[in-house]
Design a protein around this ligand. Structure first.
Ligand code: ADP
Ligand code: NI
Length: 221
């Protein structure tokens, strides 16, 4: 990456840090920072052509997520483009970053979410790695609380959402989110490096769920 690109990345870090510091639903600055760092690690392991695009997309991937804008999935790309307009940057690279932001989100168990570039695949993997494991568990309950969802209801069964709309509208208990998304992510990783990291994080969630049900049913003593 050249000096000019490096300075754009620094500006984006400052902007995103200011906007997301202290956010309370699991989409705080440290989530963005982990996705940014993991994207760079995956890029070293897997190789990418445009590391600037990868880094910028990681920093901007949740800039105006549909979850916080009444389900409007056009907001993220729009806000990201407005930010990128401030910089002297080739149009095709801006479009590449926007494309990644458009494609990255999980949209329901039955909805394919292919990424059209290697850079996008790795940022998606990094975002998904932060949704699983110990941190994934913490973020999921933070989000559930933020949305006022119950923790668990044994009478409400998980759903396999076949449309993004149905997935977005769900108000199901937070435990259901493990079956509707989190436990599926291990097999949806794009890169071999992310698949390996996902395995350990996946088993942390499986153990957590076993303990959760054991305590719920008083089988732990
Ligand atoms: P994506 O764009 O793929 O959904 P994000 O980085 O925006 O990824 O974060 C998604 C995270 O938000 C989930 O991994 C989870 O922690 C939380 N989340 C989203 N929907 C729910 C839900 N219905 N219940 C609990 N947590 C949720
Ligand atoms: Ni994210």
């Amino acid at each position: 990456m050249n000096e000019k690109e490096q300075s754009i990345i620094e500006s984006l870090i400052n902007k995103v840090k200011n906007k997301f510091m202290g956010e309370g639903s699991g989409h705080d600055w440290y989530h963005i920072e982990r996705v940014y760092n993991m994207s760079k690690k995956l890029a070293i392991l897997e190789g990418v052509e445009d590391s600037f695009v990868l880094e910028a997309a990681a920093l901007l991937h949740d800039i105006a997520d549909h979850k916080f804008h009444n389900g409007d999935e056009t907001m993220g790309p729009k806000v990201a483009l407005d930010i990128l307009k401030e910089f002297d940057l080739a149009e095709d690279r801006k479009q590449h970053i926007i494309q990644i932001i458009k494609e990255i989100s999980f949209k329901g168990a039955g909805v394919p979410t292919p990424m059209s570039s290697k850079e996008g695949q790795l940022v998606q993997d990094a975002d998904r790695l932060d949704a699983i494991g110990a941190i994934g568990i913490a973020r999921t309950f933070a989000y559930g609380g933020h949305k006022n969802h119950p923790i668990y209801d044994p009478f409400i069964k998980p759903t396999c959402h076949t449309s993004f709309d149905a997935y977005k509208k769900s108000t199901a208990p937070t435990i259901n989110h493990f079956y509707e998304k989190l436990l599926l992510l291990k097999d949806l990783m794009n890169s071999d490096s992310a698949k390996k990291i996902a395995e350990k994080r996946h088993s942390i969630m499986e153990n957590f769920l076993q303990d959760f049900y054991a305590e719920w049913e008083s089988r732990d003593f």
